[in-house]
Design a protein around this ligand. Sequence first.
Ligand SMILES: Nc1ncnc2c1ncn2[C@@H]1O[C@H](COP(=O)(O)OP(=O)(O)O)[C@@H](O)[C@H]1O
Ligand SMILES: NC(=O)OP(=O)(O)O
Length: 318
Amino acid sequence: MKKKKVVIALGGNAIQAKDATAEAQQQALKETARQLLKIMKAGYDMIITHGNGPQVGNIVLQQQASNTEKTPAMPLDTCGAMSQGMIGYWMENALEDAMEEAGIKKNVATVVTRVEVSPDDPAFQHPSKPIGPFYTEEEARKMMKEQNITMIEDAGRGWRRVVPSPQPVNILEHKMINQLMEGGNVVIAVGGGGIPVIRKNHSHIGVEAVIDKDFAAQKLAELVNADILLILTAVGHVCIHYMRPDEKILTDISIEELKKYLENGEFQPGSMKPKVEAAILFVESNPSRKAIITSLDHAFDALEGKIGTQIMVEQVPV
Ligand SMILES: Nc1ncnc2c1ncn2[C@@H]1O[C@H](COP(=O)(O)OP(=O)(O)O)[C@@H](O)[C@H]1O
Ligand SMILES: NC(=O)OP(=O)(O)O
């Protein structure tokens, strides 16, 4: 039987569960690798994508802190590339160790990935993607005045810097990523939503932005003709009336029904809304495709259709 192709988008909790140290992030990735191993063992072909919001923001701050003529600060696109390398390297170690323990022999590779965006994307005028650490309102107001940056309150958790987050238009390395996966390798790609580039005079030029990893994963999943887009976050299901007394989990759901909830404003921008939108776009691109939103610990069972929010063209009758 043909192996199913899965593109996995790993949420923040898969990497930065406790704190921002290299040790803590690598520790979190060990558990992530254990969960991903179950998917590997079941014979799925997989490409792993991941976020970079906390990490790229911290790299930017480190760059600024040592910005001298001899050690100049690198721009945001280059910081994005650094975050891909850093997280890809940690993930390679974690996956290799997990495979070794389980007696699985596969190669793991990270592809530094550029994602083309449109220079006319309106997102460049409206920074919305939170990066780096959280601050108090007082600290944030001072930083905005002194540094000419935009900061917003992030889902009740504190204030964070925000940067433009344009939509992915094309993934430049998608053919190589697909070949690596079809060759039986585990591929880590489009990290942090990819390095944002625009096309100018036959060249690609990096731009100051951070692409949403759920949209980038959706674009990649379409381009490699994946069967399933698996979006992993900290909750087992998408909910409507989230955090209210009448909260309800969504299990099997059609894109038509999900769209209605989206239009009713059920999902928050910057958290569940981009995941739901990415899932709908993927399923709409081909009716045989399926998107799943669930937690890391439910990843394998969700692929088997047992749990999580399963998004399809038609709701499967029970
Ligand atoms: N409608 C909703 N249903 C379920 N969870 C929601 C909803 N709205 C917000 N959330 C919260 O948002 C989180 C996902 O957003 P976020 O943490 O930014 O994503 P990521 O896991 O990609 O880092 C969920 O884990 C949950 O805590
Ligand atoms: N690039 C991106 O979407 O990162 P986070 O998921 O960490 O916000």
